[in-house]
Design a protein around this ligand. Structure first.
Ligand code: NOJ
Ligand code: CA
Length: 669
């Protein structure tokens, strides 16, 4: 439950009513790391941002072009008010249990020339970044409106390298590029940059509620200038409302290290506090499930001789989970309709396959202290899903199923709509609210990009929206540098259901039985990682629902499985100890008195001296180290690992990581 301990508001009214077209004001973040300038010049509004005395964002411009005549670009009057906020709140789950929320906000109220339309803008200076949000209030002069361009533009000052993926209106399952800013011409967010002088920045959005999601498009004549480009509706318009419009926050996270980007809580802070009164039913956990076997082509989602989600197989997974401290079991392919996956109205979301006795499976799981995780694959057919939604959630609720994984693998209905446009934003958020009503936690696959809404609806646990583990089963897969980039890019948006933990890395154990079903490489693929890297990913890539993705038979009696059995999925604190984006990252996370130190590297092996001096006053710890074997290599010898018991009481922990390798050091009192 969110709990404001010491939230108080100090309002400084600098109420300025300027019937003039020139205006200038400046304000700083609470500890003065950030300075924001807001101005109006000849009726046009803009902003600039300085971080620790350095000019970062220049020539920020603001406004809208509307379908209705007379856009919100030229203003005749401006009122401003400054607010200082100091707060602290507690997460229901997350990478840290307590979050400080300190900022200075400038509220700007504008009246446009000619048609006298109202536009409000909030600009916030935090010590770890800057954000702004538009509001077009309900008004007679604009009873309903259609946005045809959000005129938010900015120029980045300085020279930048960046990590980015192509903007795509339908998928977030992408590889990332590391290039100079010049090549990043149309990018998805989070868009992460490093300035020549060592300042790091990630640009994203927070609180996408009833708006389309954004991409960033580079100016053709200035590679440092970007415009916010919104994903359109099928009819070409960008955002539609019946009068009242609130945009997501446009966010610039800033810091002096890659660590600062991950440790920033800006995206969550820019969302409204928890709206759910009772959160006792929300519980982070590890889960396994009938899943990887279908991706490998060993069984099928659809009914038939090799159907995966049968009563017998479900009970096998339940027994495995129960014996090993895994709390949930996902069951994909439990329902009818998979034979029509991709067609209209394929699923009714309530009818189980004849070889699956759903009630019996749920009953059996309960006797074993395990809970079943439901699955709604929509194939993108949201029209059909919305028709069945209430009944489908009610059925799960009545059965006692309180986690549902959703999926949108396929083209969207209504036909012509994009996955990431306002139409789908409305859909995903409707499902989130409906799930909350039925006390259901969500894991959303093929989602819209996360934007911190989990603060308001903590039942929105996790999402995919990442080129995850499944790609290793049926494509050339994901390189180790991919997972070393994700925490600083996709991970900035929120939790990632990457689904790590594969132990049969070269996929050799069942190679002969695999049936090709998706993509040219299916049947001859591999996971490009060492076994210790797989363990570390489950800690480095944060998700409150953390999948233990491999087949039960690949874990049974495996000594390294002990690392996963009691793995926490919510943390009291998390820190990045050392990192270079795309190359390596070492994190420390604490749950109670137990620390997990975990690291991963890219294709290059490396030796790291990890500073543990932050633990000094608690020496000694009993350590269990899961590491790469001496001869481990992500392609040549991926399953070579070692486990060692250690007493840890030294400031520096020396560890060797194999190419594509990793480690987990569990420290207990
Ligand atoms: C794609 C999802 O990412 C994957 O996890 C799921 O198994 C399939 N769709 C089928 O729903
Ligand atoms: Ca997917």
């Amino acid at each position: 439950m969110l709990n404001y301990l010491c939230a108080f508001l100090l309002c400084f009214f600098c109420l300025i009513n300027l019937h003039a077209q020139e205006y200038h004001t400046e304000f700083s973040s609470p500890e003065k790391h950030l300075k924001v300038v807001f101005n109006m010049l000849q009726g046009k509004i803009g902003y600039a941002v300085e971080y620790d005395g350095k000019n970062i964002v220049d020539e920020g411009s603001l406004g809208f072009i509307l379908n209705e005549k007379d856009s919100l670009l030229d203003f005749e009057s401006v009122n401003t008010k400054r607010i200082d906020h100091h707060g602290i709140w507690h997460t229901v789950w997350g990478q840290t249990s307590t979050i400080k929320d300190n900022y200075t906000e400038l509220r700007v109220a504008l009246i446009s020339k000619k048609s006298k339309r109202l536009l409000n803008i909030k600009l916030r200076a935090y010590d770890d970044g800057f954000a702004f949000q538009y509001e077009i209030p309900t008004q007679k002069a604009l009873p309903k409106l259609t946005v045809t361009s959000e005129e938010s533009r900015f120029t980045l000052n300085g020279n930048y390298a960046c990590w980015w993926s192509w903007a795509d209106y339908n998928t977030l399952e992408k590889n990332y590029y590391h290039t100079s800013i010049d090549s990043a011409t149309h990018v998805a967010t989070p868009f992460t940059l490093q300035r020549e002088d060592g300042i790091y920045m990630s640009i994203h959005e927070a609180a996408i509620i009833d708006y389309s999601t954004m991409t960033l498009r580079q100016d053709t004549s200035n590679t440092h200038r970007y415009k916010i480009n919104l994903v359109p509706w099928a009819d070409g318009s960008l955002v539609k409302t019946n009068g009242h419009l609130i945009s997501p926050w446009r966010v610039f996270i800033l810091g002096h290290s890659p660590a600062a980007l991950i440790e920033s809580t800006l995206i969550l802070n820019l969302n409204a506090p928890n709206k759910l009164k009772d959160v006792s039913w929300i519980q982070p956990m590890t889960y396994a499930g009938i899943w990887w076997e279908m991706h490998l082509g060993l069984s099928t989602w659809k009914q038939g001789p090799t159907h995966g989600a049968t009563t017998i197989n479900a009970k096998r997974y339940i027994d495995f989970a129960s014996a090993n401290g895994i709390k949930g079991i996902l069951m994909e392919g439990w329902n009818t309709g998979w034979e029509n996956w991709g067609k209209k109205d394929a699923f009714d979301f309530v009818t189980a396959c004849p070889d699956l006795d759903l009630k019996e499976v749920v009953r059996y799981a309960r006797t074993k202290g395990v809970e079943m995780i439901g699955h709604h694959e929509t194939g993108g057919d949201t029209e059909s899903y919305e028709k069945h939604l209430t009944q489908a959630f009610k059925m799960y609720h009545d059965l006692g199923i309180r986690i549902v994984k959703t999926g949108y693998a396929g083209s969207v209905t209504p036909a012509g709509e994009y996955h990431h446009g306002q139409c789908m934003v409305r859909h995903y958020n409707k499902v989130m609210r409906m799930a909350a009503k039925y006390h259901i936690m969500l894991d959303v696959h093929e989602p819209i990009i996360l934007s911190g809404l989990s603060r308001t609806y903590p039942n929105l646990m996790t999402a995919e929206g990442v080129r995850g583990m499944e790609w290793n089963a049926w494509s050339q897969g994901n390189m180790p540098s991919h997972t070393c980039t994700l925490p600083f890019t996709r991970g900035i948006a929120g939790p990632m259901d990457y689904t790590a933990g594969i132990f049969d890395i070269d996929l050799s154990k069942h190679a002969k039985e695999r049936v090709k079903w998706n993509g040219p490489d299916s049947g001859s693929t591999a996971v490009h990682s060492t076994l210790a890297n797989q363990l570390a990913l489950m800690i480095v890539l944060y998700s409150p629902l953390q999948m233990v993705a491999d087949l039960p038979e690949n874990y049974s009696n495996h000594p390294a499985f002990n690392c996963i059995k009691s793995l926490p999925t919510t943390w009291d604190e998390s820190h990045v100890l050392d990192a270079k984006i795309g190359e390596y990252i070492i994190m420390a996370r604490r749950s109670g008195t137990t620390w997990y130190i975990a690291g991963i590297t890219n294709e290059l092996g490396r030796e790291c001296n990890v500073s543990l001096d932050f633990l000094k006053h608690q020496w000694p710890f009993n350590g269990t180290l899961y590491a790469d074997g001496r001869d481990a290599h992500y392609e040549l010898n991926p399953e070579s690992y070692t486990i060692q018991q250690l007493s840890v009481s030294s400031d520096i922990f020396n560890i060797k990581l194999a190419p594509g390798g990793g480690f987990v050091l569990k420290l207990e009192k």
